[in-house]
Design a protein around this ligand. Structure first.
Ligand SMILES: Cc1ncc(COP(=O)(O)O)c(C=O)c1O
Length: 421
């Protein structure tokens, strides 16, 4: 943990917990390192679904080429936060209203998921120019991946056998310009596997276009770059991926490759910090009950993993009796929900964990708060703090960027802005 982050966590008042702390300077540095590792001809879009927090989007705006949105809600939100950003609109089950909204708000690229969706777009676009990619589900063996969206029977993308019908539709609607194809097939791949899939997609796309006599200028190979929750220090190897892309692009002159990662961009900048309410032993096993839980951070329940964490020990203990504690043994960290599924980490060995200590869950900047079932049991929402060590002054985020109430307090070790969720 960065010293300024740890300092911030130590000084949080008890009633400020649980809180999400986002390290904006860490995000900026990490995203820039990703950008620097990629060849110039590769466009980097950020998948807003991973974390659409306005402060994160604003940091990323200066680094990425654009944003992938996957619903009318994400489209409206991202357009409002970043009025001039390039937007690509993907995702299954787009409604006619969402397609009309996309035309209205001028998205730069539409990723078409089916022949029916293309028919609706043709009907709605009339004479308006639109640039599209056809999202394809290629039959490719993906092995044992954490999340497969394609390569097998799937609701995502278009089966290759249906592409010719799409081409006939496009030929009858010259305002809708086919720029290329899109293939997000899996999430959770390492750099070598991601390169293998990318090569497969590029070769397939080139052969398909040649056979149909069409020119493709763009292939979007999606996101899915892996994040290792069991070993957060082991990052997706962007250098290996970038070098491999350089080599692949040599075989495809004139082609722009676009990627749209989400998790691997924002996951590392987020921490969910809470406190231990109680520690108990049950039939020989230790359990720590924490303020908050999976209704704030659903990621470990959704992905069936242990969320990595660090214990931030505090000596404050207001009661006259001994602190409930576990020491030198595995502990299961649970939340306040009345369900055995409210587990953030299971049987993880700890040196010492006491009621009143703080626990900082790492890798909580993607698919975390925004995928959680906030209202279950009606516990309060967490706070949201934003640290930016790059700037020592205090900022108050614009009320427009967030529907929530915003307040700020004196900075501790970095620029700080905060709001209640
Ligand atoms: C079409 C598409 N693009 C990009 C992403 C982002 O994937 P990840 O966050 O794993 O990088 C997803 C995730 O579901 C997706 O469905």
């Amino acid at each position: 943990m960065k010293p300024y982050l740890e300092d911030h966590l130590r000084h949080l008042a008890e009633d400020e917990l649980p809180v999400y702390v986002h390290d904006l300077s860490g995000l900026r540095r990490h995203a820039q390192a990703i950008r620097d590792a990629l060849p110039e001809r590769v466009e980097l879009f950020y998948a807003a679904k991973a974390n659409p927090d306005p402060r994160l989007l604003e940091v990323l705006r200066d680094v990425v080429d654009g944003f992938e949105v996957a619903s009318g809600g994400e489209l409206r939100h991202t357009r409002k936060v970043l009025p001039r950003a390039h937007l690509a609109f993907g995702g299954p089950g787009k409604t006619a209203a969402e397609l009309a909204q996309a035309l209205e708000l001028g998205v730069e690229r539409l990723h078409v998921e089916s022949e029916h969706e293309l028919r609706m777009l043709c009907a709605l676009a009339a004479d308006r120019p639109v640039e599209v990619l056809l999202r394809v589900n290629l039959p490719i063996s993906l092995g044992d991946v954490p999340l497969a969206m394609g390569g097998r029977p799937s609701p995502f993308g278009i089966d290759p056998s249906h592409l010719d019908a799409c081409l006939r539709l496009l030929a009858a609607h010259p305002g809708i310009q086919l720029r290329g194809v899109h293939a997000h097939l899996a999430s959770g791949l390492d750099a070598t596997e991601q390169l293998r899939v990318t090569e497969h997609v590029l070769v397939w796309a080139a052969q398909w276009a040649r056979a149909r006599g069409i020119r493709l200028s763009e292939v979007n190979v999606g996101g899915g770059m892996g994040v290792d929750y069991a070993d957060p220090g082991c990052l997706f190897d962007w250098q290996v991926f970038g070098t491999g892309l350089h080599r692949l692009l040599d075989g495809h002159p004139g082609l722009t490759v676009r990627i749209e990662p989400g998790r691997s961009v924002s996951a590392y900048c987020g921490w969910y910090v809470t406190r231990v309410l109680d520690v108990k032993h049950s039939q020989g096993e230790a359990f720590a009950v924490l303020a908050g839980g999976t209704h704030h951070l659903r990621t470990p329940a959704a992905k069936s993993h242990n969320q990595p964490f660090e214990v931030v020990a505090t000596d404050d203990w207001p009661w006259p009796w001994a602190r409930p504690a576990a020491a030198g043994e595995p502990v299961t960290l649970v939340g306040q929900l009345c369900t055995p599924k409210d587990v953030l980490a299971r049987r993880v060995p700890v040196e010492r964990l006491r009621a009143g200590d703080r626990v900082a869950f790492a890798v909580a900047g993607a698919y975390a708060w925004n995928i959680s079932h906030h209202d279950f049991l009606m516990h309060p929402a967490p706070g949201f703090h934003y640290l930016d060590a790059a700037s020592p002054d205090l900022v108050r985020p614009s009320a427009e960027a967030s529907p929530s109430a915003v307040h700020a307090q004196p900075s501790r070790g970095g620029r700080l802005a905060q709001r209640r969720g």
